[in-house]
Write a protein that binds this ligand. Structure first.
Ligand SMILES: [Cu+2]
Length: 446
């Protein structure tokens, strides 16, 4: 049995012996807390005041200046100074009162997505309540009769207000302790933004072709890592209020899909997966036993791990542009022919300052790791698991120190190396591609 199977088969038993005592001792108003506090990547949790047995929260809908990553900011709308708004973390059985003050230039409401509540508290402007006009404060009050990963967002001029960042997470812990103890509980909200290159305000009219794809309104490498100690049980809660479905993929250990909008599923409904699609308007919880290493965690739609790029450019892959570049430069000074051998050179150019992009616009690819460029942006972060972390230590442990002999390495630089079995090439056809020059090996520079 290898290490991975060992953990998958005996994870719960292993953990029982390693439960950090600090997590058990943490007490809340409704008795001893058997779960760690949810950690919203790059985000925060809204404090409340206890008033006559009711947990009272106060959300403020307002315009904010938001940073997607150093180098790109925008005028967005959010709650209490941030997008996504602060996470509301409560317990099943709690009575909550949520004040909502509108400091936007137009009316709004808040819909408590997936919450079982009186119809008049559901927050659909015009249907279940009057709109909250600029300057007004409304109050919502209900008792939580469920648990799970939920969300909140406006239900008034929804297309605009969500496109510019108005959303947040609402997480309800179950009344009963969960049978498999969670050691670390992370949460993130998926979104997309049409922040066109050189502009400062997301464009709400875009339906599919977005510039930025975000975890909690941040793009890689400005997204916090997901940190854990080997053997810990980690939950990641993922909500999606974007315009696309996102197949969220994790490298390393397989995970179980253990719940979603409906709360934690009975164990016989759990699925072992390596990718789980989180559809628009859905939430999914995944759990895994942490395994030492640096593991990529990202949306598997490859355009969703890129930042701003043109989507209607001609395909230059395999096109020899050597004669064209100087001609185009007469019309477009600084034009750089790219893409003949692929797009990887893009990050080299932007990092060397050869290709300054439009103002307020991130390069398409970013992130530098211990072995070079990661060529990623958007919905990407790293699950960093170490053997020697303290319980509750969430600080970035740096890059993984791979044990000797466990890193893929170069053994030849000769393209004719060895005698791999290859299929016979197709006989020449009539297509004009066979008259074109063959693609050159390597990168000969510009
Ligand atoms: Cu995606």
């Amino acid at each position: 049995m290898n290490r991975r199977d060992f953990f998958l088969n005996t994870g719960a038993a292993t953990l029982a012996a390693t439960v950090p005592a600090a997590a058990l001792a943490d007490a809340s108003a409704s008795g001893p807390r058997r779960h760690p506090k949810v950690r919203t990547l790059n985000g925060w949790t809204l404090p409340f005041q206890m008033k006559g047995g009711v947990k009272e929260f106060h959300l403020v809908a307002e315009e904010i200046e938001h940073e997607f990553a150093p180098g790109t900011r925008a005028k967005c709308w959010g709650y209490n100074g941030s997008t996504p708004g602060p996470t509301i973390e409560v317990n099943e059985g709690d009575r909550v009162r949520i004040l909502v003050t509108n400091r936007l230039p137009e009316h709004t409401t808040i819909h408590w997505h997936g919450i079982d509540l009186p119809s008049g508290m559901d927050g659909v402007g015009g249907l279940s309540q009057p709109h909250i006009k600029p300057g007004e404060t409304y109050v919502y009050e209900f008792t939580l009769r469920q648990h799970g990963t939920h969300m909140y967002h406006p239900h008034a001029d929804e297309m605009v207000q969500m496109a510019v960042g108005m959303m947040g997470l609402l997480i309800i812990h179950p009344r009963q302790a969960e049978p498999e103890r969670i050691d670390r509980d992370y949460a993130l909200l998926l979104h997309n933004w049409a922040l066109h290159p050189g502009t400062w305000r997301p464009d709400p009219s875009v339906m599919t072709d977005f510039d930025l794809w975000t975890f909690n309104s941040r793009v890689f490498p400005a997204i916090d890592p997901i940190v854990a100690r080997s053997g810990e049980r980690v939950r990641i809660r993922i909500g999606n209020l974007s315009m696309h479905d996102h197949p969220i993929h994790m490298h390393g250990p397989r995970f179980w899909v253990t719940g979603g909008d409906g709360g934690r599923w009975p164990r016989n409904l759990w699925r072992t997966e390596v990718t789980e699609t989180v559809a628009v308007g859905q939430t999914r919880d995944i759990e895994f036993i942490a395994q030492a290493g640096d593991w990529a965690f990202h949306c598997h739609k490859s355009h969703h791990t890129m930042n701003a790029m043109g989507h209607d450019v001609p395909n230059t892959l395999g096109v020899d542009q050597s004669g064209v570049e100087s001609e185009i430069r007469k019309l477009l000074p600084g034009y750089m022919a790219m893409g003949e051998t692929g797009m990887a050179e893009h990050q080299d150019h932007t990092q060397m300052g050869h290709m300054p992009g439009p103002e307020n616009t991130l390069p398409m690819m970013m992130g530098v790791g211990p072995f070079g460029n990661l060529e990623m942006g958007g919905m990407f972060t790293v699950v960093k698991v170490r053997d020697d972390l303290k319980a509750g230590d969430y600080s970035d442990p740096g890059w993984y120190p791979h044990p000797e002999g466990t890193v893929a390495r170069c053994i030849s630089q000769d393209p004719d190396f060895g005698s791999p079995v290859r299929r016979e090439p197709l006989p020449p056809g009539d297509a004009p591609m066979n008259q074109a020059k063959p693609m050159r090996h390597g990168h000969e520079g510009h």
